[in-house]
Design a protein around this ligand. Structure first.
Ligand SMILES: Nc1ncnc2c1ncn2[C@@H]1O[C@H](COP(=O)(O)OP(=O)(O)OP(=O)(O)O)[C@@H](O)[C@H]1O
Length: 252
């Protein structure tokens, strides 16, 4: 299987703190990989390195064979990389639909210029974005709250909006940062179904999550990180059962 995402020898340090130490990792289409490890292991930092929040010191990141490292965040996104954030970054007073339509898109000035030069083109593009948003809301079971301000949703629904925003990008690789933290009840089930369906569509998915039950139920494989290193990769049940890893996780 040709990997969607290929990371080789990724290093990053902040002063004396090593957040990535020779990380090699591949993510394959249609597979959900759970990234686990104790607080401070470097899981979110790895997502930040992949998505371009900060640059790596060494190593390469490829998406469908194309180098991502060195590119700005929006370029990585346009090549097919999508992610969610631990703090949701929603616009609380905007409707759910508008939250999806306000993407990491063009600058306002650019829009005005294009509106002046090609008004029909801009309108047709916006109609396309709306259709896409409506389709994504259906996939994430949020159509019923499309007109509701994001602030009025339950926390679980807000988390789903975070995922829906990421899905607006026609991603080849989706990184989910703690999608289940604080999520209960129906939203929990829906989140699981949505992530599974995204993977079934051929996307390579990677999930950082402390909820081990969610990782076990959802993921095809687990990757255990500690101190910026990938220590193990394999079936989640095996990682959870490994006393060496359990000790590192719980520090017991
Ligand atoms: N921008 C930064 N500047 C300095 N140190 C940073 C920065 N980003 C992360 N770190 C440090 O890198 C280490 C790894 O943090 P990271 O958030 O990646 O861990 P994590 O495995 O995601 O933890 P958690 O499960 O608690 O979210 C921590 O010691 C953190 O303080």
């Amino acid at each position: 299987m040709t990997p969607v995402l290929e990371i080789d020898g990724l290093d990053k340090r902040f002063g004396g703190i090593v957040v990535a130490d020779g990380i090699d990792l591949t993510l394959n289409p249609g597979r959900v990989v759970g990234l686990i490890g104790p607080n401070g292991a470097g899981k979110t930092s790895l997502f930040n390195l992949i998505s371009g929040v900060f640059p790596s010191d060494a190593g390469t990141i490829r998406l469908d064979g194309q180098r991502l490292d060195g590119l700005a965040m929006h370029r990585r996104a346009s090549l097919g990389l999508a992610r969610t954030w631990q703090n949701l970054r929603l616009f609380p007073s905007l409707s759910v639909l508008d939250n999806l339509m306000v993407g990491p898109r063009r600058y306002l000035g650019d829009r005005f210029l294009r509106l002046a030069l090609d008004p029909a083109g801009v309108r047709s593009q916006e109609a396309g974005t709306r259709r896409r948003a409506e389709e994504v809301l259906e996939r994430t079971r949020l159509s019923g709250v499309a007109a509701t301000p994001a602030a009025d949703l339950t926390f679980g629904q807000q988390k789903l909006v975070g995922v829906a925003r990421a899905l607006m990008n026609d991603a080849r690789c989706l990184l989910l940062d703690e999608p289940m933290a604080g999520v209960e009840g129906q939203a929990y089930e829906i989140m699981q179904q949505v992530v599974r369906e995204v993977a079934e569509g051929g996307v390579a998915v990677c999930v950082v999550e402390h909820n081990v039950a969610f990782i076990r139920d959802l993921c095809d494989e687990g990757v255990f990180m500690f101190a910026g290193k990938v220590l193990a990769r394999g079936p989640v049940a095996d990682l959870i059962a490994d006393p060496r890893l359990t000790e590192l996780y719980f520090g017991t």
